[in-house]
Design a protein around this ligand. Structure first.
Ligand code: PEP
Ligand code: CO
Length: 433
């Protein structure tokens, strides 16, 4: 948790946030929970993606629409392959707080607090920027509201209508090595839609609109608590800062504050699990976070790295199955595969990301469980942050457009290529029963 120098100022901001209207509603939250229950039962697939760390400066229409477009395009690819509905969840509209391994950072002999995300402090390496400032919680709430307002208008206004996939085209789609395959999928879906409408004699309402939900790491408990409310006609507490908050790998201690907070909210929640978790610890975590084994309540996002998933995942799947627990299993192939280049840039190899995804499908299939989702760090823009992919980005190429504030993201083409791979894996492994 950040240490604010002025505790009264922090408490004033939290009190102000508590009075402001919520960002999402309890019925949206419950609707998502019921969709996630389907993913736990093997009937839907969760596609969760967005920035590692959203920046206040990127709260602009092009960045938001590009992110929405790539997620819609990816979900179309997955729907067409799997014949399952896809749950689209952005790491968006609130992904502003970051866990860090060290509290301080030293550059050229100067030591300052590390950057912890725009909700807490600012990136430039000056004392003024790095001191936690509680006002940023208000700025973050406003940015979230602006982002959500725009996404809701786009989705309601027909942007996400399956009849208008041309809206989702990104300027550079034509140059992508996967463009031809994507076009083929779009045409197949358009043809099926036209066929259905001809048979039914009218529009297929259910297909017209896709919905979209938000998520972020529920890291900053002062901020999350301020959005946690009782709602008329419902029991329990809802965290209305986002639909689907998650607990990060670094804050999932059984007796820690984050688990205590998450235990008390009614949202669907996720927890990131890495190689250090033991099967017993996982079972204890599940018992605390989902005592009633409620369908859709708990998603386990595993992030082991391509080298470790083969040995780390099976014992966890076994313990969950033996305890008769219903969870959504979701693979994050990003956070276990972070590396540094020789010149010190943080990157990820696209090949290792794909490898972890492939192993995740394979291991779940071998053990008779269902991989119900993928969690990705991506952007709709042409950044150069992860190496590899169809264009074979090298370490030298990374300098061309390296923009992330924290972790390296898949760029538009790499994201689309990932969706194609997941689609092929779903066809191979996730057979409909
Ligand atoms: C993240 O999702 O950006 C993150 C920090 O993940 P993890 O908690 O899995 O390390
Ligand atoms: Co990250």
């Amino acid at each position: 948790m950040p240490e604010y120098p002025d505790i009264e100022a922090r408490d004033r901001v939290v009190a102000a946030l508590t009075k402001l209207p919520p960002l999402v509603t309890s019925w949206e939250v419950e609707e998502l929970k019921s969709q996630l229950a389907d993913a736990a039962r093997g009937k839907r697939f969760l596609l969760q993606g967005g920035d590692c760390s959203e920046s206040f400066d990127d709260c602009e229409s092009k960045v938001i629409t590009n992110k929405l477009k790539i997620l819609l395009q990816m979900s179309l690819v997955l729907v067409s392959a799997s014949k399952r509905q896809v749950i689209r969840v952005g790491r968006i509209g609130g992904q502003y707080a970051k866990p860090r391994s060290a509290d301080m950072e030293t550059i050229d002999g100067v030591t300052l607090p590390v950057y912890r995300g725009d909700l807490i402090n600012r990136l430039p390496f000056t004392k003024e920027d790095r001191i936690p400032n509680p006002e940023l919680m208000l700025r973050g709430y406003e940015r979230s509201a602006l982002t959500l307002n725009f996404i809701r208008s786009l989705v309601d206004g027909g942007f996400a209508d399956l009849h208008h996939q041309e809206y989702w085209d990104l300027d550079f789609v034509a140059h992508s090595p996967e463009a031809a395959e994507y076009r083929r999928i779009v045409e197949t879906i358009s043809d099926s839609l036209k066929f259905l409408e001809t048979v039914l004699g009218g529009p297929v309402d259910d297909f017209e609109r896709v919905d979209f939900h938000t998520s972020h790491e529920g890291l900053h408990l002062f901020y999350e608590q301020a959005h946690t409310r009782h709602v008329p006609h419902r029991t329990g507490w809802y965290n209305l800062s986002t639909h689907f908050p998650w607990i990060g790998e670094r804050t999932r201690a059984l007796d820690g504050a984050h688990v205590e907070f998450f235990r008390g909210i009614a949202n669907p929640i996720a927890v990131k699990i890495g190689p250090s978790i033991s099967p017993d610890e996982l079972l204890d975590l599940i018992k605390i976070l989902d005592p009633n084994n409620e369908p859709g309540r708990l998603t386990l996002i595993h992030r082991f790295g391509a080298d470790r998933i083969g040995t780390a995942l099976p014992p966890l799947i076994d313990v969950v199955r033996d305890a008769d627990r219903l969870v959504v299993w979701c693979c994050d192939p990003m956070h276990g595969n972070t590396e540094q280049t020789s010149s010190g840039m943080k990157t990820r190899s696209f090949e290792r990301i794909l490898q972890e995804l492939e192993l995740a499908f394979q291991v779940h299939n071998e053990l008779g469980s269902y991989l119900g989702g993928a969690h990705l760090e991506l952007t709709g823009d042409q950044v150069t942050e992860c190496t590899g992919g169809a264009r074979g980005l090298t370490e030298e190429d990374l300098r061309q457009n390296y923009r992330t504030q924290v972790d390296p993201r898949l760029n538009y083409e790499q994201a689309l290529e990932t969706a194609m791979l997941i689609a092929r894996l779903m066809i191979r492994y996730n057979k409909r029963k």
